[in-house]
Write a protein that binds this ligand. Sequence first.
Ligand code: ZN
Length: 674
Amino acid sequence: MKYFASIMLLTAASLQASAVVDKNFDYHVDRFADIEVLRYEVPEFDRLTPQQRIMVYYLSQAAQAGRDIIWDQNGKYNLQIRKLLENIYTNYSGDKNSKDYKAFEKYLKQVWFGNGIHHHYSTDKFVPEFSIEFFNTQVAALPDTMLPLNEGETREELVATLTPVIFDPTVMPKRVFQDGSADVVLNSASNLYGDGVTQEEVEAYYNAIKVPNDPEPISYGLNSRIVKEDGKIKEEVYHLNGLYGPAISKIIYWLDMAKSLAENDAQKAYITKLIDFYITGDLKLFDEYSILWAEETEGDVDFVNGFIESYGDPLGMTGSWESYVNFKNQASTKRTETIASNAQWFEDNSPVDSRFKKDKVKGVSAKVINAAMLAGDAFPSTAIGINLPNANWIRAAHGSKSVTLENITEAYDMASHGNGFNEEFVIDNATSKLMDDYLYITDMLHTDLHECLGHASGQLLPGVDPDALKENGSALEEARADLFALYYLPDQKLIELGILDNPEAYKAEYYKYMLNGLMTQLNRIEPGKDIEEAHMRNRQLIAAWILDKGKKDKVVELVKKNGKTYVKINDYKKMRDLIGQLLAEIQRIKSEGDYQAGVDLINKYAVKVDPKLHKEVLDRFATLDIPPYRGFINPILQPVYGDTGEIIDVTLVYDEDYPQQMLRLSNDFKTLGY
Ligand code: ZN
């Protein structure tokens, strides 16, 4: 699971809280469409030994070597389109101020950000604003050697294939189609399923191979593409000698280099197991790797590299390829260690029915990290927290590793400073002040509690299918983790543990949560559309449920001031009670596998948008010019060579702009053709 930043705010006080901020660091890199591209700083890199820094470099190479995989997973024409667009971009000699060129440049930047032709978040296809004539003229200007042709493909065929894919809104309109009214596999444009494969066929295929009542099930479909050949369904497995083999061989090479510098035997063991998994594609080995990885907590350097999160698959099975390379943030890890070491107390004291609680919360490890390289599905848009492995039985038996990406969160905050958000949306100065003083720490704590405790808490009743909630499973799971975190933010326990110093601090996060869930996250939704993404559904579900259930007592209200709508929280204590009630109910739904109750909650609160309020939010945001989405370019990890050509150290360089970095990656890490 991963955890995203909401669109928020920043404050002077929160900045002071940070020990390692370089005031002169330039976070802003690029701005286009609904996107802002930032860069992040990597603090504490200097405290690593040269050997650790070289290991980080090797892992970063392994991360970037997988880039083409996510592009191909996201759509079967993406790599070809990327190459064509990049060649037009570098070959272009016309007027760079022309309307068509500007629109083309914007489109290419969007495609880079989406790792393909669909928006990374809405998964809707981008709409090019340049003309087909401009496109044709630019393709015609390219010599044959600069055309990304498949074997035997002509220039005319290339244009005939790609023109509708780029320009026709009815062709491949959505990468992840989740509307249950139609076949979600047939209607999704991603490349996780081959042409003509239906949802029914996929479900029948897996039902036939799943071992019933297996206490340790593999993650079926995690590393494969389902295709139909001669009318028969088969799996094309991602591995060294299978699908994506050329990219995987490069990943293996760099993992092997990193392994030679491993900090301890446990680390070496999990890297070895990961390599074995990449060689064979055997999901049993992936589970063995996941266990070794989850249990290794001593090393400074760590990484994720593989087919991990399944948000990109409408059936939630196949993992999108991603990588995070990171090392411990020493200063902040202490905080999450304190929370994790008290996991049992939080479990025992939660407002959940005792039948649904774990007697023993196992191995909740937590640390705060600095990202040093983001790649695949985690780039340019990235999570701020991750909690892995995803397999339920591994989490139950061996625990999970939960990390907060401190330097990413910090970059978000730094870049948001003074953007006018608080002035526009927060109801009064007192609430603004509270958020100035406490939102940074309570936001961090919310992420910690969500990842370290929320996802790890609770248990299923015996015999309940972990997938019983089906298409609502992700949203309800995120709601469960968020509610667990929200429930404990006001708790005296956090003061006792020395994590918070003010019993009122939680109000900053409560206010932000209601504001975001009821109003400001709507900035990410196009007019007339429903809410689809699991984290957004979760946030609206919680906020709208509290608003509704608290109506009688006026716990929270939407009020009008000068024609504008504001969130007004009248009773924070009662709001916490409501949070506890909803947590208990969603835990019951999960523990009992009560599919219908999940459907009812989601349909009533999480999906529909009030069009009038939606329009108001969009209009108010429009006056602020705050980008709804942000992501990052990476620093360059620059090897330092010794006299005999060996790498003796690694330094960080931050001087690239967005197109430079994208073109360099396309050139240096080209593994799957073109
Ligand atoms: Zn989560």
